[in-house]
Design a protein around this ligand. Structure first.
Ligand code: MRU
Length: 352
């Protein structure tokens, strides 16, 4: 069984521990965070990143904050829990898993109160549900791996963008879960990892975790993808997502849209792998997905060294939207959704 040897995020006795993804691959270090505000800052600063991992971290952070407030008067406890949730929710805007996890946790707290539980009882339920969110994500990734492997030919070079791996989830990954599933099914797989400017999740994270697993991986710059597709060197593309609208439009790391258009032009199938928690049924189409813009220094500097002239105008758009018409299938833990996604995703949600 192929598996990572690192732990993306965990609830410890008195905090939340996460691998510091900003330092990978040069250093494998872990940070211990001791309050919901510290977890929110870690999400914003990309110590932890990737939609499912952000949701799990927020759930652990909320449980931690509740545990620290157990001695408060119940009304004060409830109000402070909601404040913590809003601090965590504001940390990053695009990944819907963040709000999904927080709303689920607040629902658990409300149900515990309605059942007459005291603060300690609410904390216990929150801790349990945060662990469940983590464990369900791991199980979802493994299921995506099994379903997705069926889309992969016996021998294939697969291109992926950003990092949708164990580092972006509880473990195993969504897009990288499909790749791991195909390898476990004894398919002969080579991976092309886009470096993913400007934060280099592909060069630093995807390359690191696939290399650790012994999966044949070649790093390319983002601008090489089209040329390699045209040369017939890519058999399929699989990426993750931060939010999928009800009609199947897919928000993912900036550059994904370009990859999808190039894939269409070159007859390369473009697949998306994401858990049901990434599908935002309240969002009818991709134009309504909030897109994060980040600090310009991520573009103007490389590892602290300025590479652009002072005073230059900069955009740092962190995500783009790929219209559903470019997506051949969406792999979830419930199976494979095909166009029209409006119908197939709704059927999946309803268990049909
Ligand atoms: O800015 P990031 O690194 O959080 O962006 C991550 C991505 O775009 C991933 O592809 C997405 O969150 C899916 S992770 C399974």
């Amino acid at each position: 069984m192929i598996d990572g040897t690192f732990r993306t995020v965990a609830r410890t006795a008195d905090g939340v521990r996460m691998i510091d993804q900003r330092r990978l691959p040069l250093e494998e270090t872990y940070l211990d965070l001791n309050s919901p505000a510290e977890v929110a800052t870690a999400i914003r600063d990309m110590v932890v990143r990737g939609a499912p991992a952000i949701g799990i971290s927020a759930a652990f952070g909320l449980a931690l904050g509740a545990d620290q407030k157990v001695a408060l008067d119940p009304a004060e406890f409830d109000a402070r829990l909601r404040q913590d949730a809003e601090v965590l929710r504001a940390s990053r805007p695009t990944a819907v898993n963040l709000g999904w996890a927080l709303d689920r946790m607040l629902g658990v707290a409300d149900a515990a109160r309605a059942a007459g539980l005291d603060n300690a009882g609410v904390v216990e339920r929150l801790e349990r549900d945060a662990r469940r969110i983590h464990d369900e994500d791991l199980a979802a990734c493994r299921a995506m791996g099994r379903f997705g492997a069926g889309l992969v030919p016996g021998e294939a070079t697969i291109l992926t963008h950003c990092n949708a791996g164990g580092l972006a989830t509880a473990g195993y990954g969504t897009a990288l879960g499909v790749i791991r599933g195909a390898v476990e099914a004894n398919k002969k797989i080579r991976v092309l990892a886009d470096e993913t400017r400007p934060f280099l999740q592909g060069a630093r994270l995807t390359a690191w975790e696939l290399q650790k697993d012994g999966i044949d991986t070649t790093l390319i710059t983002d601008s090489m993808a089209g040329s390699l597709m045209r040369a017939g060197e890519v058999q399929l593309v699989v990426v993750g997502s931060d939010r999928i609208a009800a009609n199947g439009d897919v928000a993912n790391k900036i550059g994904t849209y370009s990859v999808a258009v190039l894939a269409r032009e070159n007859d390369v199938p473009f697949y998306v792998a994401a858990p049901m928690s990434t599908i935002d049924f309240d969002c009818p189409d991709g134009d309504l997905i909030p897109i994060e813009e980040r600090d310009p220094t991520e573009v103007t500097e490389l590892f602290g060294t300025r590479v652009a002239p002072p005073g230059i105008g900069v955009r740092n758009i962190a995500f783009d939207v790929t219209p559903a018409r470019y997506v051949k299938a969406i792999v979830t833990e419930r199976g494979i959704a095909r166009p029209p996604f409006q119908d197939s995703l709704a059927r999946m949600r309803d268990g049909g």
